[in-house]
Design a protein around this ligand. Structure first.
Ligand code: EPZ
Length: 421
């Protein structure tokens, strides 16, 4: 594939209005969920990103018909799906390929899916997912890099997660919506995209209550019908744009977002001295003067999102004082800081903690992206730095952000994508 890089001439304040795209993490759960329907589904607000394209290809390989018009809708007809195998090369493209296990189990009572890919941000086992499938009555084996699951009949039961897991909660929901009887998930994740998936499934005739709390009740249904549904805006893209506005001392209004999903970040930005004001579907971020250092501790929703810790670390590199970031969710989510040190940041990493001493200025440099949100962090750093930053390994960014450089250019950033000779 042709190598490309982003080139950023830093120092421009971002100003103006920008509309956020549909959510990546909700879309990659809703698309596999269509396999549980007996009829076609129309989904709106699906972002035009690589993870979506990879998932659509997997569904087509299984026999689904998919037509996607970015900015309009995606129509998925699952009636031709007669296969339950997802191989290594397809599953490896993204983390969310593991939702095919729950969806195919729910549709066929069997699934042969290779272990998922996804950002290398630490060890990312799926033991809780498999525990949930077994509790529902499936036999699950892990062999030769494949998860082989089958169940004569899935039976509703209680599932108690030892650790709050977004993927595990979603996967058990997918397997349980057509199981016989009622499933209760305890210690469930509460992220906005869990609620969005429950609303989507309920619009297909599922009976799910309690999504968004730590106890989700699912009354299994014989069959689910088609629906038309619009997914929620991307909480992490919203936060990334908020942080970029503050980091460039700009004044940006983000349209089409859900401010109540952003409360942990908004509170932190206010603590730093950033002006944040919101209406029912827009947030305005204004930064006129130096910002104060703060401490960040990532938590499950509604705490500070781990996916925003990385972009936030860029903003903290020039805050007044010393900031501490505690990453409690993943055990290797600081790789981007090595790249920022090359841009002049003063950072010490100790295990799951990073101490950031504010410096007056970052300086542009060639940097490498190691994972999706590291890419977002390095773009923010490039926008704030003086001089030119060249960002390599863009495929990570293209997996999760829809036309990000175009959005930033429309806000006044000097940013270009160019081939690497
Ligand atoms: C989802 O990952 C998101 N990905 C991640 O976003 C996000 O960082 C994460 O949730 C937390 O919010 C998608 O939605 C596709 P978890 P997931 O299961 O489901 C451990 C991004 O940038 N765990 O909530 O993999 C796990 O290792 C991506 O968009 C187990 O031990 O996250 C981690 O330490 C990056 N056993 C913690 O739980 C399991 O069976 C939370 O993981 C499952 C998880």
């Amino acid at each position: 594939m042709r190598q490309e890089r982003l080139k950023i001439w830093g120092g421009n304040a971002l100003e103006g209005k920008v509309r956020v795209s549909g959510g990546k993490n909700t879309s990659v759960a809703v698309i596999p969920a269509v396999l549980l329907s007996d009829q076609p589904c129309t989904i709106e607000n699906i972002p035009d990103i690589e993870d979506v394209h990879a998932l659509v290809q997997i569904l087509k390989n299984l026999g689904a018909k998919v037509s996607y018009e970015p900015g309009v809708n995606m129509v998925i007809d699952p009636r031709g799906v007669d296969d339950w195998h997802v191989g290594y090369h397809d599953a490896k493209k993204l983390r969310a390929s593991y939702y095919l296990i729950g969806a195919l189990l729910g549709r066929f009572g069997k699934a042969n899916v290779a272990f998922p890919g996804g950002c290398k941000i630490g060890s990312r086992p799926i033991d809780e997912h498999l525990k949930g499938f077994r509790a529902l009555g499936a036999e699950v084996e892990e062999r030769a890099g494949m998860i082989v699951a089958q169940a004569k009949e899935l039976t509703g039961t209680d599932v108690f997660f030892d650790i709050v897991t977004v993927g595990g909660t979603i996967n058990v929901m997918l397997a349980a919506v057509k199981a016989k009887g009622t499933t209760i998930i305890y210690n469930a994740a509460k992220e906005p995209h869990i609620v969005d998936l429950a609303n989507f499934l309920n619009s297909m005739g599922a009976k799910i209550k309690g999504a968004g709390t730590d106890v989700i009740r699912i009354r299994g249904q014989e069959s689910l019908h088609g629906t038309t549904y619009a997914v929620i805006p991307d909480q992490i893209e919203t936060g990334t744009l908020m942080i970029a506005a503050a980091a460039t001392h700009g004044d940006v209004e983000i349209l089409g977002c859900i401010p109540t999903h952003m409360e942990a970040l908004t509170a932190k930005l206010l603590e730093m001295g950033v002006h944040v004001s919101d209406s029912d579907d827009a947030i305005r971020v204004k930064m006129m003067r130096a910002h104060r250092a703060v401490n960040i501790k990532t938590q499950v929703y509604p705490g500070f999102p781990t996916d925003l810790q990385q972009p936030m670390s860029a903003l903290l590199t020039t805050a007044h004082g010393t900031s501490l970031i505690q990453e409690t969710i993943f055990d290797q989510r600081f790789k981007h800081l090595d790249e920022m040190i090359r841009m002049g940041a003063n950072v010490k990493v100790m295990g799951r903690n990073a101490i950031i001493e504010g410096v007056p200025q970052l300086y542009g440099a060639p940097v490498n992206v190691t994972d999706l949100r590291a890419g977002a962090a390095l773009i923010v750093a490039g926008l704030m730095a003086s001089g030119i930053t060249e960002i390599y390994e863009l495929e990570y960014i293209d997996r999760g952000y829809e036309h990000l450089e175009e959005k930033l250019r429309n806000l006044g950033a000097h940013i270009e994508r160019e081939p690497v000779d």
